[in-house]
Design a protein around this ligand. Structure first.
Ligand SMILES: Nc1ncnc2c1ncn2[C@@H]1O[C@H](COP(=O)(O)OP(=O)(O)OP(=O)(O)O)[C@@H](O)[C@H]1O
Length: 257
């Protein structure tokens, strides 16, 4: 069977929550698709339902309407189809850095001996070989997020959901992590949906950007990011980068009607 064109399709996804004043609509009908190997970002005002959308895609909460399809199959309400990277790395604190990576490889179906060799290889590629025998608490936030991203990348589920992965990092570490993620992702392309509050981050990393309105969220714009890959941080000074940044900024600050 040939591979489906779309790694993810959301068809008119809706979500309302019951509150004392009646039903509160958070997602007002979201339809979007992510191609196999495409990097798509979602950006929207605070409270526009981005985390809720991820919960629906991951099967963690029921939809009020619509469908979720992955790789040509209806997976609405099903768990186990995504690799998820949260804002705070949730590494196994009792396992060393190497142990955490080996476990991710073993979960992906690689036998113990091979997992050991591959972990050594990955430790060097994510520049953490000097920390192989350290425990997660001894690492900086940026280092922990490198392992967390790698774990999602190695997981057997091909589709990655990255939920504000650099939101808790300081500005400088965040920029370094964006560049790092770009290099790793461009060498290991996977289908990604990223939630971010940073317009620059979305422009630097993505093939496409989906802009959401305030709740009840609908898609107000979809931007095909025109920059060739591999991308460099110097994009930040490109006039087209700044024009797109301005365009998205204005959409996010539109008055609600
Ligand atoms: N379980 C729940 N019950 C009731 N309301 C909820 C529930 N979960 C989320 N909401 C409401 O849904 C809205 C969207 O929340 P969500 O966390 O998805 O937004 P967000 O876009 O991820 O926000 P932020 O950008 O600030 O992280 C909020 O108004 C929130 O209060």
């Amino acid at each position: 069977m040939s591979k489906a064109q779309w790694a993810l399709e959301l068809k008119d996804v809706r979500k309302s929550f019951e509150s004392r004043g009646g039903a509160k609509e958070v997602l007002g009908g979201i339809s979007l698709s992510v191609r196999d190997g495409e990097f798509v970002s979602i950006i929207g005002p605070s409270g526009s339902g981005k985390t809720t959308l991820f919960q629906l895609i991951g099967g963690l909460a029921p939809l009020s309407g619509g469908e979720v399809w992955m790789d040509g199959r209806n997976t609405t309400g099903h768990r186990g189809h995504i690799a998820y990277m949260p804002q705070q790395a949730s590494l196994m604190p009792w396992r060393t850095v190497r142990g955490n990576i080996e476990l991710a490889l073993q979960i992906a179906g690689i036998d113990r001996k091979q997992a050991r060799a591959k972990a050594t290889d990955w430790l060097a590629r994510i520049e953490l070989d000097a920390y192989a025998d350290s425990y997660p608490h001894a690492l900086s936030g940026g280092m922990q997020q490198r392992i967390s991203f790698l774990r999602a990348l190695l997981s057997p589920q091909p589709f990655m959901l990255l939920d504000e992965p650099f939101g808790a990092l300081d500005a400088l570490t965040r920029q370094q992590m964006q560049q790092w993620l770009l290099t790793i992702w461009e060498a290991n392309r996977r289908s990604v949906l990223l939630v971010t509050h940073s317009i620059e981050e979305a422009l630097l990393l993505s093939d496409r950007i989906i802009v959401l309105s305030a709740a009840p969220a609908v898609i107000v714009d979809e931007i095909v990011v025109p920059f060739a890959r591999p991308r460099k941080e110097s994009l930040w000074t490109d006039p087209q980068f700044n024009a797109l940044k301005q365009q998205i900024y204005e959409q996010l600050h539109q008055p609600t009607v």
